[in-house]
Design a protein around this ligand. Structure first.
Ligand SMILES: [Zn+2]
Length: 96
């Protein structure tokens, strides 16, 4: 087995880690209350038009998707430290 992040070999019996990601579409319901019915209709029509151009699998994935990855120990530590892969302070090399 190999690590999905670094491609390093994970020997049989070595400790490894499973990252499961559940990505779900969400919308702030309080935002809907401030929209007119025309705006809601327009938004719904745009969503339907966008969905019509997707395959069933793509449409489902745009609403909810689950993925799983195997990580080695060092990659687990890196993932825990920065799970959203945000730029780290100072990573740009700029000093001002
Ligand atoms: Zn790794």
């Amino acid at each position: 087995m190999t690590c999905d992040r670094c491609d390093g070999l994970i020997e049989t019996g070595d400790v490894h880690y499973l990252v499961e990601i559940s990505l779900t579409a969400d919308m702030d319901p309080t935002h809907l209350g401030g929209l007119s019915s025309d705006a809601l209709s327009d938004g719904l029509q745009r969503a339907l038009d966008a969905a019509a151009s997707l395959s069933e699998a793509e449409a489902m994935a745009s609403v909810h998707e689950k993925r799983a990855f195997v990580l080695c120990g060092p990659c687990r530590d890196a993932y825990r430290a920065n799970p959203l892969a945000r730029p780290l302070p100072g990573a740009s090399g700029l000093i001002h």
